[in-house]
Design a protein around this ligand. Structure first.
Ligand code: F6P
Length: 322
């Protein structure tokens, strides 16, 4: 193997740059040439390739977003799009590819490998932490800390006005961010897709909290946790609770910002492990970290298996909201 390529795809996540940097620098340390593909699978189709050396990734470790840009390519979902992408990779003499992204990125990588026999390995880059085969995904820890900072601020005003706040966090179909910030932010209720909660049950907790002397409450709602999101939940809860509710949707603020130390270290480790995996002949696998060890999981498994939340943590959030 002489020349490898790296790209980021899907939603950006803090720490993606640290992963790119690790791929470039460990690739070069192993005597490889490294090519960056800009704008994910779309750039692969359009041949948007740039050679990358160690200096090209200088001063990127602490930066949010992705220097290689990202996209969600519809064209790559077609066999013709993938054929064009594969042709470009072969023409550029690329012997192996490293894909950094989430579930959709892995699905594309699995197809590229199966249909065109190009060695591909993946690194988990998404704030959602919803990928099987790794304890944590790159960007999750930063997103949690960003959301937590916002929740702490909201609690100040919630307490001052004796209000109930419904705070919606990202996570797509998973409740990892919500559960983590729910515990760290001392939420009275955590609403996540893995454990359905209805408005009446939510209102009961808020009402009981008030009876116990709490003057304000925070309800953390995962975006996939309630049909219609936090806005709808707040409307529905109003039927069963006399509290004046306010809604804050944190949105894309959770995707930006400088990665935490934890994300930088995870991304550095996984980026370097991707290079080593390709060099050892691995292909069609996602690289993750499980119990502090590098773990290789076949794409099929990483895509199809659902990583569950920790139910003990959910119980803890409930108990500590007393
Ligand atoms: O997968 C990351 C994520 O931020 C999800 O939490 C969210 O559902 C989605 O991406 C938003 O996507 P977009 O940026 O395309 O609106």
């Amino acid at each position: 193997m002489k020349r490898i390529a790296v790209f980021t795809s899907g939603g950006d996540a803090p720490g993606m740059n640290a992963a790119i940097r690790a791929v470039v620098r460990s690739g070069v340390a192993h005597g490889l040439e490294v090519i960056g593909i800009r704008s994910g699978y779309q750039g692969m189709i359009e041949g948007d390739f740039v050679p990358m050396g160690p200096r090209d990734v200088a001063n990127t470790l602490q930066r949010g977003g992705t220097i290689l840009l990202t996209a969600r390519s519809k064209e790559f979902m077609t066999p013709e799009g993938r054929a064009k992408a594969a042709e470009n990779l072969k023409e550029a003499g690329i012997d192996g590819v490293i894909a950094i992204g989430g579930n959709g990125t892995y699905a594309g990588a699995a197809k590229l490998q199966a249909e065109h026999h190009i060695p591909v390995v993946g690194a988990p880059g998404t704030i959602d932490n919803d990928l099987y085969g790794t304890d944590y995904t790159i960007g999750f820890d930063t997103a949690v800390n960003t959301a937590l900072d916002a929740i702490d601020r909201i609690r100040d005003t919630a307490a001052s006005h004796s209000r109930v706040f419904f705070i919606e966090v990202m996570g797509r179909h998973a409740g990892f961010i919500a559960l983590e910030v729910g515990i760290a932010g001392g939420a009275e209720v955590v609403v996540i897709p893995e454990i359905p909660t209805d408005a009446q049950a939510c209102a009961e907790v808020i009402n009981k909290s008030a009876e116990k002397g709490k003057r304000s409450s925070i309800v953390v709602v995962a975006e996939g946790g309630y049909e219609g999101g936090a806005e709808q939940l707040a409307r529905d809860v109003r039927q069963y609770s006399g509290f004046e509710g306010r809604v804050t949707v944190l949105g894309h603020i959770q995707r930006g910002g400088s990665p935490t130390a934890k994300d930088r270290v995870l991304a550095s480790r996984l980026g370097a492990a991707c290079v080593e995996a390709l060099l050892s002949g691995a292909s069609g696998v996602a690289i993750g970290e499980v119990n502090d060890e590098i773990r290789l999981t076949p794409f099929k498994e990483a895509i199809e298996k659902r990583k569950d939340i920790n139910h003990k943590k959910y119980e803890l959030a409930r108990v500590l909201a007393l």
